[in-house]
Design a protein around this ligand. Structure first.
Ligand code: SF4
Length: 284
């Protein structure tokens, strides 16, 4: 059950994404998966490289489109555990439409966002997660937009599992990924994953000073959506831990009345050449 491969990540030394890679590998082993039972689908960005750095099936897709591929994979082969991953630009800008619909659909996959509040691969532009006043080459006088609030958005969209963690807290991050993998439905895990090269504001030290661990909030109940929302608003989203979980809502697959017992991937769907030609003619 070794999810390490021999590919050396080309992330900058100190990039938060290293911990996310390690946490996925540990969590996958801890929940008892074998590498051939896991598929990791990623989008574009520095974090998108992660699908090549884990010993599992991997698919490095196009920008913002990891979720349609991941959901399709899970629907075709329910025996596969599917993780989608990418950055905040990937999932909360170009891919936001997919993120919202995946949340409300509740297909049983885990989505891990490496949130560094900047576009790193393209050398440091303001992202939807950058805070107001954030100065980059694309906003030299400071961003005039408020940052997107992904956790609040997920709760509003009907998410059944919402969690947040920090790259330097490998223990918490691993435990949350394990919980996400065990959740019967869509799990969203946003990870504060510092970009040490381009984001000089949201650094490891900045997060250490500003984050509140939910395990330190006395009596916090992750099954209470109102409490989750009000704490997020009070702390401006800067919390880590399991924010909300609804274990009672059935997943998308469970709601399909005639969902075959046999995964689609095990059906023989090869077409005779004549049938294929006929189909092509019909669609011409
Ligand atoms: Fe990580 Fe930033 Fe380097 Fe990209 S540019 S690998 S996000 S530190």
């Amino acid at each position: 059950k070794d999810f390490r491969n021999n590919v050396k990540p080309n992330w900058c030394p100190g990039c938060g994404d290293f911990s996310v890679q390690a946490a996925i590998q540990r969590a996958s082993a801890n929940v008892g998966l074998d590498p051939e039972q896991l598929a990791v689908v990623s989008g574009i960005g520095c974090s998108g490289r992660i699908s090549g750095y884990i010993n599992s099936y991997g698919f490095h897709g196009i920008h913002g489109r990891s979720l349609p591929i991941a959901q399709g994979l899970k629907m075709a082969n329910r025996e596969l555990t599917v993780i989608a991953s990418g950055g905040d630009g990937d999932g909360f800008a170009i891919g936001l439409g997919h993120t919202i619909h995946a949340i409300r659909r509740n297909v049983n996959i885990t989505y891990i966002v490496m949130d560094n509040q900047i576009y790193g691969l393209t050398k440091g532009q303001t992202s939807p997660r950058s805070s107001t006043g954030f100065k980059t080459k694309s906003t030299p006088q400071g961003s005039i937009e408020p940052a997107l609030a992904p956790m609040e958005m997920a709760l509003t969209a009907g998410a059944t599992f919402v969690a947040q963690s920090f790259s330097s807290d490998l223990k918490e991050l691993t435990a949350l990924i394990e919980a996400g993998l065990n959740h019967e439905g869509f799990s969203l895990i946003n990870v504060f994953s510092p970009c040490v090269t381009y984001n000089k504001i949201n650094t490891y030290d900045w997060f250490k000073e500003n984050l509140t661990k939910l395990s330190d909030v006395e009596g916090y109940d992750p099954s209470n959506k109102e409490e989750a929302m009000s704490l997020l608003m009070e702390k401006q989203g800067l919390v880590t831990g399991l924010i909300y979980q609804n274990s009672h809502q059935p997943s998308y697959q469970e709601l399909i009345p005639d969902y075959s017992e046999e995964p689609l991937s095990s059906h023989d769907i090869r077409l005779e050449e004549a049938t294929f030609d006929q189909l092509v003619k019909e669609f011409m």
